[in-house]
Structure formats: C-alpha cells, structure tokens
Design a protein around this ligand. Structure first.
Ligand code: CP
Length: 302
C-alpha cells in the first residue's frame, strides 16, 4: 500500500489540518512522550537549514525516536553521481520516514513517488514548505483565536518565497483577505493569484507597506532569497526593499502579530523584537510541536 506523504499543503484536507493543529496543541502541553520507540527518521538536507532540520530532530528526540541523515549532501554519495531515485530507494529501506529539503521544485513529489516510506517536504526550491505552513497556521490560530476571516499582509519576496506560496494555499480555506506587498521584481506569481481568483478570494497588491499595515491581523515578513537569483545585481536592487521598524507599528490593529519563517537578514529591525507584535521566535518554537504532530499523523501513531 502506498504510504501518505506530505509534499504540498493541498495533500491535506481541511479536516486533517485541523486535527494536526489540535494534536500540536496537545504536544505543546506535553511534549515529551515515548511514542516512537524503534522508529528511525531520516533527515536529508540538500540545502542549508537551521529551524526546519533542528525542530524535526528535536521533535523526534522528544518522542523517543532516532535520527539518521545528512546536513550537507557533499558528504553523501550524491557527489559520486548517485541519483535522487537511488538515494531515496536506499534511505527508505533504512528509515520509517524521510524529511527532505531539496533545491529543485518538484523533487519532493518525485521522492514521494519512489519511496516506500512517507516523505515530508521540508522545502523544494521556490515551490512549497508545507510543514512551515502548518506551524504558521498553528501560530496564527494561537494568536488570533481563529483562522477565519483574517487579513494577512505578506511582505517581501513573494516570487521565490515558498513559505508564502504554501501559506496562501492553506489560508485560502478560511476566507482570508490577502495584501501582497512586494517590489515589482518580486511580486506574487500569477499562478497563485489565479488560485485565489478561482476561489473568489480577495487580494490587493502594492509596493507600499504603509498603505496596508494598519489593516493587518498578521504581517508575514519574508527574506529576499538571495540564493534564488541568477543575477547578483538584481538581488542588490531589492535586498532592502522592506525593513520593518518599531515606529511603523504605532497604528497597527490590536492583537496584530508579526510572523517570519526566519532566518531574517535586514527585514525586521531588532527594535521590533521586544514589542507585543513580534511573534517570530515563538513561531519557530511552535515548529517543534507541530512537527511532532505531523510525524505522528504520517506514521499513524495515536
Ligand atoms: N523557516 C525555515 O525554513 O528555516 P530554515 O531554513 O532555517 O530551516
């Protein structure tokens, strides 16, 4: 029987998402539980990561499982020319679950088609980052008390940012109003706007953050993804397009929270960190509970 993988947020029904968020809440209350004895989780990171890899590994450790894998594919047989097909076939005979980050869009879907164990997409190029989305949803629900009828302002690199692509698809289920704030070069790709159009959902595009920040329940900041630019001069032109300062938050809605998948470079000044609006470090912590819930769900562990 084919196992269930998590490649795109659309692999999950709304009911499944709701159950994962509920389970994440249970893990937040009681994070150390011996639910994965004898289970091995492989983390294959073909691209750098701090939060995703370490929060997955923390999640597995807290659940009593074991971790194998690599943090740098240059230490694996990929450097000898081994294909992704062979790598996944091999690792899926060593592990019960594979968490994979890869620079090529579609690589996670391909891996899920050749693996005999579930694949969790930990980010495939500029495409999707569904576990980030689940921890974002958890953070939004926790801070706003609901996912329904919110106003989300997505800021920065909306072209290459896989986190905003996944989050847009997820939040479209809860009647969200979207504001997209980006320089012309980094606007939300047409395919995602078409996705919203087909659902009859509202979005507004601007390059002026001050125009929309006061309407937001969530301001979702993103880093300009230097590694996705083929021309370094193009990156230089837009790298500091938006820098959020404390002084810009004075007219924000009560309860507005600032999220960021992190890492940040310049886009949130440190004077924001101690405001009531800043939530990004807690958001990253929520990744542990959410990933505990995702692992248990995919492995069928009650
Ligand atoms: N949010 C996120 O994916 O962070 P890392 O790149 O550090 O894993």
């Amino acid at each position: 029987m084919k196992t269930k993988s998590l490649v795109s947020i659309d692999d999950l029904s709304t009911d499944e998402i709701t159950k994962i968020l509920k389970l994440a809440g249970d893990f937040e209350k009681n994070p150390v539980q011996d639910l994965l004895p004898g289970k091995v989780v492989a983390t294959l990171f073909f691209e750098p990561s701090t939060r995703t890899r370490l929060s997955f590994e923390s999640a597995v450790n807290k659940l009593g499982g074991r971790i194998i894998g690599f943090t740098d594919s240059s230490t694996s047989s990929v450097t000898k020319g081994e294909t992704l097909y062979d790598t996944i076939r091999m690792v899926s005979s060593y592990a019960d679950l594979i968490v994979m980050r890869h620079p090529i869009e579609g690589s996670a879907r391909y891996a899920s088609e050749v693996s005999v164990v579930p694949i969790i997409n930990a980010g495939d190029g500029a495409n999707q980052h569904p576990t980030q989305t689940l921890l974002d949803l958890y953070s939004i629900q926790k801070t706003q008390g609901t996912l329904d009828n919110l106003n989300i302002c997505m800021v920065g690199d909306l072209k290459y940012g896989r986190t905003v692509h996944s989050l847009l698809m997820a939040m479209s289920r809860w009647n969200t109003t979207f504001n997209f704030v980006a320089p012309d070069e980094l606007r939300m790709p047409d395919e995602y706007k078409l996705y919203l159009n087909n659902l009859g959902l509202r979005y507004h595009e601007t390059s002026d953050l001050s125009e929309v920040i006061t309407t937001a329940d969530i301001v979702y900041m993103t880093r300009v993804q230097k590694e996705r630019f083929s021309d370094p001069m193009e990156y230089e032109k837009v790298k500091n397009a938006y820098v959020l300062h404390k002084s810009m938050l004075s007219d924000s809605k009560p309860g507005m929270k600032i999220l960021h998948p992190l890492p940040r470079v310049n886009e949130i000044n440190t004077d924001v960190d101690n405001t009531n609006n800043a939530y990004y470090f807690t958001q990253a912590l929520n990744g542990v509970y959410t990933r505990q819930a995702i692992i248990c769900t995919l492995l069928g562990i009650k």
